[in-house]
Design a binder for this molecule. Structure first.
Ligand code: ZN
Ligand code: ZN
Length: 354
């Protein structure tokens, strides 16, 4: 219930009587309910979870400490009854999740309440991870490392990107992941220059660099991992962009510790790529937070405004993308510590040539 108390204190600071939590990730974070539908109402003396018939039993198991309220028909009617009992006057909603349609309909339906759009209340709580969260992320990262070992025996000319992605997903799920943390990326040869390429029917071919970006979910927590491997023969250009990316990643990893501004970590790595003349081919940020979601705060990019703190979990993933030619990305998942990092990704970064 520590999370709930932290949220209550944030509500007091904002002068809100309560918050209606609609984002399913936030409902999960606060209540433990993982059904993906339903909402939570939090006030100083209120901890309510509203679910419909389909989820009553699941909510009972997952959220024992919460007052569970069954929604028989229309959510709005149950919400009206509940809010009346709660006696709230100023109520917050999650601006990043509630639709404009719901927002308008609730305001019309509850004219006596003062509604306030809030931003980041639960996200703020999620920035720094607890030990149990870190342990789940670490398990997901270990499984991802094993999937990479496994796939090395599968990569050869003629196998398609999609076959590689499917084999990875099958391995991850068979070995205990509840799912993948995003649609896996396998980008071979010229497809590698698209950072979020969707695996297609292109067969791997001699001379390809192959970008493999994958992650899985363990106990609701995500991992995120990228390695780029080569199919022989390796061109000197491919070797060069690989070496520059690796050097940038090492500088990025070395720049990370509690107290460092996210944008400074990004700048340190970016400088390596800029100085090598590939600056315009590194068009995304250095990394991002990982937790219940694959992309969450903090954002490590040129415009990132946050400062790293101990027990944030972030990726470090510079890349170089040469349109129509090839791409390289190398990504580790790390825990920020007071004097550096704990790296959860163990796979080698020596260029693997198959
Ligand atoms: Zn990734
Ligand atoms: Zn990532």
């Amino acid at each position: 219930m520590k999370r709930l108390e932290r949220l209550r204190s944030a509500l007091r600071e904002k002068g809100l009587d309560g918050l209606i939590v609609t984002n399913p990730t936030h409902v999960l974070y606060l209540t433990g309910f993982s059904g993906g539908e339903g909402l939570a109402i939090v006030g100083q003396n209120v901890a309510q979870l509203l679910v419909d018939f389909r989820y009553v039993e699941q909510a009972e198991r997952e959220s024992p400490g919460w007052e569970r309220i069954k929604v028989p028909q229309r959510l709005r009617d149950t919400l009206a009854e509940t809010l009346q009992k709660d006696g709230f006057q100023r109520v917050g909603v999650e601006a990043s999740h509630l639709t404009v349609e719901q927002w308008q309909s609730w305001r019309d339906f509850f004219p006596n309440l003062v509604w306030e759009a809030t931003t980041g209340l639960v996200e703020d709580l999620r920035l720094v991870k607890e030990e149990a969260e870190i342990s789940a992320i670490r398990q997901a990262a270990e499984l991802t490392d094993r999937a990479f070992e496994h796939i090395l025996g599968f990569l050869r000319p003629g196998v398609t990107e999609r076959e590689v992605a499917l084999e990875l997903e099958f391995f991850l799920r068979k070995e205990g992941a509840s799912g993948v943390s995003f649609p896996l990326i396998v980008a071979a040869g010229p497809n590698g220059s698209m950072p979020h390429h969707q695996p297609g029917t292109r067969p791997l071919a001699p001379g390809d660099l192959v970008v493999i970006d994958m992650g899985c979910v363990v106990d609701h927590y995500c991992s995120d991992f990228t390695r780029t491997v080569a199919l022989k023969p390796v061109s000197s250009q491919a070797r060069e962009i690989y070496e520059v990316t690796l050097q940038a990643q090492q500088v990025g990893l070395a720049a990370i510790r509690a107290g460092v501004a996210c944008r400074d970590a990004d700048a340190a790595a970016r400088q390596v790529i800029n100085e090598a003349g590939f600056g315009e081919y590194f068009g995304h940020g250095l990394g991002h937070g990982v937790g219940l979601e694959i992309h969450e705060r903090p954002r490590l990019g040129p415009t990132g405004e946050e400062t790293l703190a101990a027990n944030m979990v972030v990726t470090v993933e510079p890349g170089i993308y040469l349109p129509g030619v090839a791409g390289v990305r190398i990504e580790d998942l790390v825990r920020v510590t007071p004097d550096g990092i704990q790296d959860f990704t163990a796979a080698t970064k020596d260029l693997i040539e198959l």
